[in-house]
Write a new protein. Structure first.
Length: 62
């Protein structure tokens, strides 16, 4: 059985130096400010911590 998605999924693009986020719930979309968001890998680290501090589930997506 596949693991359920979190409020927000993310994919790290190592070669491009950026991380793409995708909202899976209304709460995730509200936090992202839309259905998706791309940040630098440095910004993404803080963004993930902030989202988790607000009680959102953030999971990697491959």
């Amino acid at each position: 059985m596949p693991e359920p998605h979190g409020d927000i999924d993310y994919t790290v693009h190592v070669n491009q130096g950026e991380t793409t986020f995708r909202a899976n719930t209304p709460q995730g979309e509200e936090f992202l400010g839309g259905p998706g968001l791309t940040l630098s890998n440095e910004e993404a680290h803080t963004f993930i911590q902030d989202a988790r501090a607000k009680g959102l589930t953030v999971k990697p997506f491959f």
